[in-house]
Design a protein around this ligand. Sequence first.
Ligand code: CO8
Length: 257
Amino acid sequence: MTYKNIIVEEEGAVGVIALNRPQVLNALNHELMGELVSALEEFDRKESIRSIVLTGSERAFAAGADIKEMSDETTISIMLRDNFATWDRVRNIKKPIVCAVSGFVLGGGCELMMNCDIIVASETTQLGQPEINIGVIPGAGGTQRLTRVVGKHKAMEMILTGKSITAHEALELGLVNKVVPVELFLEEAKAMAREIAKKSPVAVRLAKEAVLKSYDASLSEGLLFERKNFYMLFSSEDQKEGMKAFLEKRQPTFSGR
Ligand code: CO8
């Protein structure tokens, strides 16, 4: 499939998607989001791909939803267009997504990043939810996901003042996993994705599902969900192989079955 707004590549078992609208700092318009979910879902279906890297450019991961495209919407037109149906599909991707960010990570860009599972940031990254400056609020999960990660007071500060934070501040808040020099952010994310790609894909899938469940469920519901996924893995060939390899002091070979 050919895309206009993203670049899609496969590097062995790692699928790499780069947002590519440099003239508008990768602003997320409908077309880009549509292409992004198509590419993500394609990688999700493809058995040879075991993890995904999502990135932008050094200057910008994404400076938010496309303000030009949104500016004339009305309550009814934006509701009927239901762009969030596309965003919900990002949330439903089952393979792990490592996000490699640099430069501007703003508004919808920050929300897209928070849909990913692990985040590597370059030292030049600036992250924020500046929607308040243009008379709106985060709409793609920012008020909920940011608050769960950084806590109420910091989320309030970022969302109500619209001010950005640096990569190092984001690291202290647990919003990103790692901060590295700008020339390394993409490579570091790919290295993490390769590491995950070596594990049992069935175990990775059920682990991601169980961690995400902790967002929605009470502790007892979450624990039950985790336990059932744990039990389920004992019907996989990968569990047999993983434990046998440990006992035989060798590396496992996971089939994904
Ligand atoms: N939308 C559309 N165009 C953009 C966006 C954007 N979000 N951000 C930058 N651009 C464009 C600029 O208009 C400019 O285009 P042109 O050259 O034609 O004038 C080009 O990108 C370069 O930008 P600047 O000249 O402004 O570059 P600077 O380095 O001076 O500034 C900033 C960079 C600080 C990032 C600045 O561009 C900026 O403030 N951008 C807007 C950031 C923002 O407010 N983001 C939040 C948007 S709202 C949102 O994300 C809600 C998400 C909810 C989901 C919605 C789903 C439908």
